[in-house]
Design a protein around this ligand. Structure first.
Ligand code: SF4
Ligand code: FES
Length: 259
């Protein structure tokens, strides 16, 4: 396959940046997208040019590091896959492929396609943890959890923190990411201890980082490679409401749950 690439090149955070075109010959349809990028970089290195900087690590859809906006969509044209799981057979001979970094004030570009996602780390530090007793190990069956709830918590825990939800959102909102991280604990009794502080602190940190508000467009859930559902955003809103209410009326949560 012959492929033309239009790649965002930006020397550093203060550089204006712009698209540069590259022609690639002999791209195999069986190459992964990142292998194709490796071929481009080998080509550039042979010509003594600066290779395109991009993030990657596991290359199997687990770590959430790969982050490219491909032909106007985070992680490219397929649903439910990350950039590293995308293959060149999803494109046609002669195609032009446009590659950009995630665009968000809270994800500033470091170089080329690499953005700084430490804002996500700071949100996790604000509340994405549970208290763990270090005494004797309790029997796993001592805290019975129904399969439905366990599965829902597991679905939320599938979030890999890639940031595609932010990149897809017209408001650059991080609500889907934060809702997954709040949900995975809110659904389980182990998450109960810090529940009030968790949701308040994570939402406060999200706002401080400069992410936009959620206006229920749903692009985040469409583009999320792990299928994180908008239902988690509804749960985040509920958790936040209960946390804010709790100091004024401690019984409101129990009342609504009973209802
Ligand atoms: S919610 Fe989905 S798109 Fe957003 S960070 Fe998690 S895995 Fe990535
Ligand atoms: S490189 Fe780890 S998810 Fe893509």
């Amino acid at each position: 396959m012959k492929i033309k690439l239009k790649v965002w090149r930006q020397k550093n955070p203060s550089d204006k940046g712009g698209f540069v075109s590259y022609d690639l010959e002999e791209v195999s349809p069986d190459m992964s997208f990142l292998e194709m990028m490796d071929v481009l970089n080998e080509q550039l290195l042979k010509k003594d040019e600066d290779p395109v900087h991009f993030d990657h690590d596991c290359r199997e859809g687990i770590c959430g590091t790969c982050s490219m906006y491909i032909n106007g969509r985070p992680h490219g044209p397929l649903q439910g896959v990350t950039t590293c799981q995308l293959h060149m057979r999803s494109f046609n001979d002669g195609d032009t492929i446009t590659i950009e970094p995630w665009r968000s004030k809270a994800f500033p570009v470091i170089k080329d396609l690499v953005v700084d996602r430490s804002s996500f780390d700071r949100i996790i530090q604000a509340g994405g943890y549970i208290s763990v007793g270090t005494g004797g190990v309790p029997d796993a069956n001592e805290i019975p959890i129904s399969a439905d709830i366990a599965n829902e918590a597991m679905d939320a825990a599938a979030c890999i923190g890639c940031g595609a939800c932010v990149a897809a959102c017209k408001n650059a909102s991080a609500m889907l990411f934060v809702s997954a991280k709040v949900s995975q604990f809110a659904l389980l009794p182990q998450g109960e201890v810090e529940s009030k502080n968790r949701v308040e602190n994570m939402v406060a940190q999200m706002d401080e980082e400069g992410f936009g508000a959620c206006t229920n467009t749903g692009a985040c859930a469409i583009e999320c490679p792990k299928g994180i559902s908008l239902e988690h955003i509804a749960r985040l809103n509920r958790e936040y409401y209960f946390a804010k209410q709790s100091s004024e009326n401690v019984s409101v949560r129990e009342h609504v749950h009973e209802g």
